[in-house]
Design a protein around this ligand. Structure first.
Ligand code: HEC
Length: 287
């Protein structure tokens, strides 16, 4: 009888589609709830999606400046360039889309995604290079330039799609990778001995050296970003989330890690999961 009930239950799950995608780890779901509730409690006037506006959500003046800039974004041509690159065939005639499943608008929110075979999480940014190599092309430089243009196009195509990182329940290896990212986020480092959480959880909304500190909730909904600061340096202003991690490590005078290795990838997994349920807002401007 028990077996029969179990069979019925499985059939019900299958027909509702739930069994198709892995169930979220209950430990991770508890972290997400606690993380989001912290910010909702601290900033009761903001809706969940407001948090994606980072420092601009914290001040009306700043929000007006941001909205003005976003009316004619300085990065439009570069993002269009990303679309062109996405659709340009490799030497073998295939395009990037041959490496991905689902419509172009769904690709951003499929990542970071647990890869059972490889025993690690894949990020969208890294999959761009995996795709190139699989098609006989050389890897491209990561973090900025063309690499960021392509994923900026995908972020913009995904506007309104919901972030939904799954750390599969009962998968010890996936949970360990997530926990590595979580530990990284809360670990103090650098000469200033500060953690990501010290600035972006404990001090979110406060000012530091002329900047307003953004809340970590919603940190990734609009990446790659185009930054005025990056445009003044070498490059064209674009940067991916892992480029930004490097900048924030440098701020506390810690040595940045290499992009697309386990440290930053698992940090991206943790940080993205914390924003589960929020909408991708498309590529945005940042100071
Ligand atoms: C000394 C304080 C400090 C620490 C520590 C710090 N950051 Fe930052 N971070 C900033 C400042 C200042 C900015 C620019 C203003 C803003 O968006 O908060 C920023 C921006 C960011 C942004 C961009 C947000 C956006 O919407 O554009 C991300 C993402 C980020 N930090 C992640 C991290 C992570 C992850 C860590 C830990 C590795 C970290 N930061 C550590 C100060 C800090």
């Amino acid at each position: 009888m028990r077996k029969l009930i179990a069979t019925f239950a499985t059939a019900a799950l299958l027909s509702s589609g739930v069994a198709m995608s892995a169930q979220q780890s209950s430990a991770v779901q508890a972290d997400i709830d606690a993380f989001q509730n912290h910010f909702k409690g601290k900033f009761p006037n903001l809706t969940l999606d407001d948090f994606s506006k980072g420092p601009y959500a914290m001040s009306e003046d700043k929000m007006m400046q941001f909205e003005n800039i976003m009316e004619m974004p300085p990065f439009e041509d570069l993002r269009d360039h990303g679309e062109e690159l996405w659709n340009t065939p490799f030497a073998n005639g295939k395009t990037y889309s041959s490496c991905f499943s689902g419509g172009v608008e769904t690709i951003r929110t499929q990542f970071p995604r647990w890869n059972e075979k490889a025993g690690k999480f894949d990020t969208l940014e890294n999959e761009i290079n995996t795709c190139r190599v699989a098609n006989g092309e050389k890897k491209m430089g990561t973090g900025k330039g063309k690499h960021a243009h392509i994923t900026s196009y995908l972020t913009t195509a995904a506007e309104g799609q919901k972030i939904n990182v799954i750390v599969p329940e009962g998968n010890a290896k996936a949970l360990a990778a997530y926990n590595q990212g979580k530990t990284f986020f809360y670990a103090k480092r650098g000469q200033l001995n500060l953690s990501c959480a010290n600035c972006h959880v404990d001090s979110a909304g406060q000012r530091i050296r002329g900047n307003t500190l953004s809340p970590a909730l919603g940190h990734i909904s609009h990446f790659p970003v185009w930054r005025g600061k990056w445009a003044k340096k070498k490059g064209d202003g674009f940067g991916t989330i892992q480029r930004r991690f490097g900048g924030c490590n440098k701020q506390v005078r810690a040595k940045p890690f290499k992009r697309h290795k386990s440290e930053y990838t698992n940090l991206e997994v943790f940080l993205t999961a914390m924003s589960n349920g929020m909408e991708i807002s498309g590529t945005e401007y940042r100071e």
